[in-house]
Design a protein around this ligand. Sequence first.
Ligand code: HEC
Length: 103
Amino acid sequence: MRSFFVIFTIALMAAFSGDAQAGNPIAGKKVWLTNSCPSCHGLDGKSVVPGVPSFSKGERMMKPDAVLVETIIKGAKIMPAWKGILSSKDMFDVITFIRTLRK
Ligand code: HEC
């Protein structure tokens, strides 16, 4: 009986963490295209402005999603803060999309 509860709890945790973490790259692409991200980061993730990281080269991609979200919320250097503009789902979705740009 006890092992049943352990397995049940682990399954429940896996279900929830999966839900919270896994962004949707298709929704993320829409967020990317409709929020002027390409005007600095380039349509395919190749930076078009000096000092902007190129996601196509994998720059910044070693950081975990939570850290990248934090930067998107607060902004950094010339990047505006997206707090109140993008939902947290939008941010995780767009990061999932950005990770697909790596060549
Ligand atoms: C005005 C130019 C500009 C725009 C528009 C812009 N960014 Fe950025 N972005 C930057 C710069 C500059 C940096 C690097 C900041 C630094 O050096 O810490 C950056 C860094 C990032 C990073 C890496 C964060 C980290 O923790 O290292 C992510 C992810 C990111 N941008 C996503 C986005 C997304 C998503 C959008 C659209 C919603 C966007 N950016 C729009 C300029 C821009």
